[in-house]
Write a protein that binds this ligand. Structure first.
Ligand code: C2G
Length: 136
């Protein structure tokens, strides 16, 4: 059983997230996902529109995802890799090099990000629509 592990906020799920999760799952037989808690998102200076429970429910419904667990700190990855016996750690290449230290525990893979889509852009577009409606 080859286990793949990845982490993220996965707010307002879009094709970029799905591509990453699908390609991560295709690297092995099981995909476990460390989902950033609402509190940890604050540490990442990142707010999410959906809270942890909502984001977890969405991720758990994805057929590529087998397990979702909370990501509460930067330091927990090594313990998570041991706990889940992960063989491969996967992240989008916007994190290139940031997690190479984990290569002592498992293979580290950075996959190309899906271009031209991000939660930030979706939130900005939503904000613009709200502003337009307000001024109708
Ligand atoms: N991603 C992608 N293409 C996009 C957007 C995101 O491949 N267009 C990938 C990111 O590279 C990441 C994953 O999808 O691997 C989740 O992205 P985010 O939810 O933005 O997660 P992030 O804030 O990068 O948190 O400890 C690691 C952090 O929790 C990662």
């Amino acid at each position: 059983m080859k286990t793949i592990i990845t982490y993220g906020t996965f707010d307002i799920l879009h094709a970029g997230h799905i591509n990453l999760l699908r390609r991560a799952r295709e690297c092995g037989d099981r995909l476990v996902v460390g989902l950033s808690s609402d509190e940890f998102n604050q540490c990442k200076h990142k707010s999410s529109l959906l809270n942890y429970d909502n984001r977890k429910a969405v991720l758990e419904a994805i057929r590529f995802v087998d397990v979702v667990f909370p990501e509460q700190s930067w330091e927990q990855k090594a313990d998570d890799i041991r706990r889940y016996r992960a063989d491969v750690f996967v992240m989008g290449h916007d994190w290139l090099g940031k997690f190479d230290f984990l290569s002592e525990l498992c293979e580290v893979k950075y996959l190309p990000r899906t271009p031209e889509i991000s939660t930030t852009e979706i939130r900005q577009s939503l904000g613009a629509v709200v502003q337009q409606v307000k001024h109708v």
